[in-house]
Ligand binder design. Structure first.
Ligand code: WT7
Length: 636
């Protein structure tokens, strides 16, 4: 390392990689890779893109002539499924396991690359027979089962665009997402298991569809066997469709040749308005970004067994359950249910049973399991693990140390990866050969230029808090907000000219390590799940007793942040404990169980600006007993 490179001697509580870890790392010298990428960004990404298959090579790596509408691998022809599936079935990997799945009830199903390819082709043919073609949207609302992965890949294979809605969302959230995407088909299941209970997804679909112009068809996977209502001419069983003579006999389906910049998927995420926005990702740049980061950060080898505990319904699942692992030809473990079912060692039993070597999870899950003590993990042989990961929210050093000691047995580096639905891939992240600091996502991935700036857009001093920005484009970046390019420009590129604003506050220390503090916008991260205050508030006012509502996030021991709601009732409603329960149930029903508020407080008024905007910052400061700050715009 060059003299004066401060990263070679990071200060504070640090964990340096062992010689073993460095010796076998895919990236032995992260600093050299960083230097290479910063010297020539386009050459770096071109080199990584060359590791993948293209129908036609690109003419230009990056087109930045129409900022912030960047284009990557311009002129290239590809399809992410050609890299995730097709190229493997032509090699020895056809016999390699792509997926090992365990249901909450303990049922196991495995898919080789060959088997997965066959199922994907068949379902692509099903979608085609339903009239789905290139560019059409397909909503996927599923439990964590293999058919979720199959449906996503089958949609992408024929050039259609998937919109996966997390199975933990409920009626109104689903309705809004179906309507906005104008999906032709919905893929769902009779239900899924969580904590021993059945979540009746098809019922929620039926209720959501009563609120909107119905899509043409609903495909239903039989998973729980519970009876569901099937509407003739609209609803079809997955297993019936997959065994139709035509589909059965044609287990082949051409992979549609796409332009590198053609959309692969849209994924709704919460922002500042009540209407969730759909982030658009493409085939070309996205596949390169997720593949390179996965290989470098999680150091994947042929022999590994990778387990990302996320749900395919979030970007983590899109990028690092479905696409990156398959592109890398890895073997993934997927588990349907709750980590504590039937006992708090279910996850550790899974690690032992399948010999998981790399495990990627969330701080909330770690804190939740930590609560049950180390006797639970100690009952299992976790020696197959060699690398761990964390994502979704800042990990507190205490949880980091517990994970490091009790799960990784002090030999597995923890990759604390900072990224977003919008970024598509890891942006600030360690690599195994780097020195770690518990609680810090460490440093930007090669080619990523991140910084912390003040109100004026100028970098703040080391240790000072500011806004996290990204100063250079990256291949897996969002291309736009679906049907709303103005919102794309306004939300991400308008605060400081030429910089992407992440919506997070952060600090950068003397060693150039980033410490993410939290959201600075109207997004709340509950247990790492991203929820918008506006979406929650609009769910509140859809209840007949509520006149107005404001929600804020407050620190919570396990969830990281929990929802606190302030509600003004209509004149005819009375404050009772039953009403509190009723409102909580209403939010769970409309948005989803993850959105259930921790507390609800009835109030007579809310702090507002003169223009009528609720000042959540004031509510938060009051709740925390802190200084309320500048109140000159307060009207109340
Ligand atoms: C927001 C993005 C990225 C996949 C899952 C979440 C927070 C994410 C970290 C981390 C601290 C983190 C940020 C970010 N976040 N990873 N390692 N350390 N905070 O995707 O739902 O789009 O949320 O999650 O606040 O902006 P998302």
């Amino acid at each position: 390392m060059s003299a004066g490179d401060k990263s070679s001697t990071p200060k504070g509580e640090v964990y340096s990689p062992s010689a073993d870890v460095i010796a076998q790392a895919n990236v032995r010298d992260p600093e050299a890779l960083r230097k290479e990428a910063s010297e020539n960004l386009e050459a770096y990404w071109a080199k990584r893109a060359e590791e993948l298959t293209w129908f036609k090579k690109w003419d230009k790596v990056l087109d930045d002539s129409n900022k912030p509408f960047f284009k990557w691998f311009v002129g290239g022809r590809t399809n992410i499924v050609a890299n995730a599936i097709d190229r493997h079935v032509r090699t020895w990997r056809r016999n390699k396991l792509a997926l090992i799945w365990e249901s909450e009830r303990g049922e196991v199903r495995t898919f080789s690359y060959h088997a997965l390819a066959r199922e994907v082709c068949k379902f692509s043919n099903v979608l085609k027979s339903m009239g789905v073609s290139k560019g059409d949207r397909v909503t996927i609302y599923m439990p964590r089962i293999p058919e979720t992965v199959i449906a996503m890949l089958a949609t992408a294979k024929i050039g259609a665009v998937h919109s996966v809605v997390y199975g933990g969302f409920s009626v109104e959230a689903l309705h809004g997402r179906i309507e906005d995407s104008e999906s032709k088909v919905i893929v769902t299941a009779d239900g899924g298991y969580m904590n021993g209970k059945v979540i009746e997804l098809k019922k929620i679909v039926d209720e959501a569809l009563r609120r909107t112009a119905a899509p043409e068809n609903v495909v239903v996977v039989r998973h729980t066997g519970k009876e569901v209502a099937m509407e003739a001419g609209r609803d079809y069983w997955y297993h019936d469709l997959m065994s139709m003579p035509l589909v059965r006999t044609s287990q082949r389906c051409e992979t549609e040749e796409m332009d590198a910049e053609d959309p692969l998927y849209i994924l709704y995420t919460s922002g500042t308005t009540g209407k969730p926005k759909a982030i658009v990702h493409t085939h070309g740049g996205y596949q390169v970004g997720v593949y390179a980061t996965f290989k470098d950060v999680f150091d994947i080898k042929e022999e590994d067994r990778w387990w990302c505990t996320a749900d395919p319904g979030w970007v983590t699942g899109h990028s690092y359950i479905v696409y990156a692992p398959l592109i890398a030809g890895a073997t993934s473990v997927m588990y349907e249910g709750a980590p504590t079912f039937p006992f708090p060692d279910r996850w550790w039993a899974i690690v032992e049973k399948y010999g998981v070597s790399v495990m990627y999870t969330t701080p909330t899950a770690i804190r939740g399991l930590m609560r049950f003590g180390h006797a639970w993990p100690n009952r299992h042989d976790l020696s197959s693990l060699r690398l761990l990961g964390s994502v979704g929210e800042p990990i507190n050093p205490e949880a980091w140390r517990w994970f490091y000691k009790n799960i990784g047995k002090e030999k597995c580096p923890i990759m604390d990866t900072w990224w977003q639905t919008e970024t598509g891939m890891f942006m600030i992240t360690p690599m195994p050969a780097m020195t770690l600091k518990p609680g810090s996502a460490s440093r930007p991935y090669p080619g990523v230029e991140a910084d912390v700036v003040g109100e004026d857009g100028k970098p703040v001093k080391p240790g000072e808090e500011g806004f996290l920005v990204l100063k250079k484009p990256w291949p897996a970046m969002l291309r736009t907000v679906y049907k709303d390019p103005d919102r794309y420009v306004k939300t991400y590129w308008s605060r400081y000219p030429g910089m992407y604003t992440a919506g997070d506050s952060a600090r950068k220390d003397e060693d150039g390590y980033f410490w993410i503090i939290g959201r600075v916008d109207d997004v709340i991260k509950v247990s790492g799940y991203r929820l918008g205050t506006a979406e929650l508030e609009s769910a509140f006012v859809s209840h007949p007793s509520v006149a107005e509502a404001a929600v804020i996030g407050l620190p919570h021991e396990i969830k990281g942040v929990a929802i606190h709601a302030y509600v003004i009732l209509k004149a005819n409603a009375t404050q009772t404990d039953t009403l509190v329960d009723e409102l909580k149930a209403h939010i769970a029903h409309e948005v989803g169980p993850i959105a259930k508020p921790e507390t609800i407080e009835f109030v007579q008024s809310l702090p507002k600006t003169r223009s009528g905007k609720i000042m959540r910052r004031v509510l938060k400061a009051r709740a925390l007993g802190m200084d309320e700050g500048d109140l000159t715009t307060l009207e109340e």
